[in-house]
Design a protein around this ligand. Sequence first.
Ligand code: TXA
Ligand code: MG
Length: 328
Amino acid sequence: MTASAVTHLVQPGAAATAEAARILAAGGLVAFPTETVYGLGADATNGTAVARIYEAKGRPAFNPLISHVTDLGAARALARFDADAARLAGAFWPGPLTLVLPKAESCPVSELATAGLDTIAVRMPHHPAAQALLAAFGRPVVAPSANRSGHVSPTTAAHVAADLSGRVDLIIDGGAAPVGVESTIIACLDEVSLLRPGGVPREEIERVLGRPLAETAAGIAVEDTPLAPGMLASHYAPRTRMRLNARSVEAGEALLAFGPAPVQDAQKAVKILNLSARGDLIEAAANLFSYLRALDAAKADVIAVMPLPPDGLGEAINDRLQRAAAPR
Ligand code: TXA
Ligand code: MG
């Protein structure tokens, strides 16, 4: 399913919830209210649906997304909770708190949604329309704020429509978002740190923890803020050296291909994966991180990468490839 040219705006309720869950299951996009801001939701386990989010937002880069869940059991299927994380979830969920945690072993969320990281951002919203949708859908829903890249986060359905009409299949109009700022993001990794101030004040979090939060960890992507080169370490990058815009393959190289055209000397490749044989950038985005991992595991001398067009999702794919290829 592609986003329809005309976006339907519906009032929350059983019919809207059922239609929204149907659209999500078919790989479509649904904008829905949360207590913080409106989210642009997709099935977190469907890489193609996740790719459509980046396309709809016009994001020039793949920032990791928050997975929204309906209860603690669903959260634990995605992420590993230590004692601090469990305490924070117990105190603030459902509510405007996002936890960045180590990914669970069998986490079903697409690699694109976590931008290839070993960590995952998880949140349990308390807005009734969001809860109803998550419960009806039964799988995690990734949802960035439902605005075009570079615009402010939407707190009404009209804001969403102004930015995304025709790019999203359905908007659930739940009125004004009560909190009006995004969720607070806390990482519970080696230390507990504040990654983004938001709906839950720092002081309340520190009171529950019983100690001050560490300073913001380096290397965290804040939406639409390009990462400084020194911050690349926290992003997934293959160990194998990469060669971009490859038009031929050298002996000992692995090949990340794109499109139907054969590349010269392809038979020399130790392994070939094609991001999209039909040249579809949405399919390519969905495959990007898992293919990079798979080629990295092939232990080639170099991963040669065929050129990808710069338009549409190509901008974000090329951005990611350039970061992965940057000298370290
Ligand atoms: O209130 C909110 O959190 C809203 C509603 C819709 O839930 N969502 C939201 O999503 O603000 P978004 O995509 O606009 O912002 C998510 C932020 C981004 O800055 C992203 O870099 C960060 O979360 N993030 C996601 N996963 C991360 C991870 N594994 N490590 C570090 N940062 C992460
Ligand atoms: Mg945002």
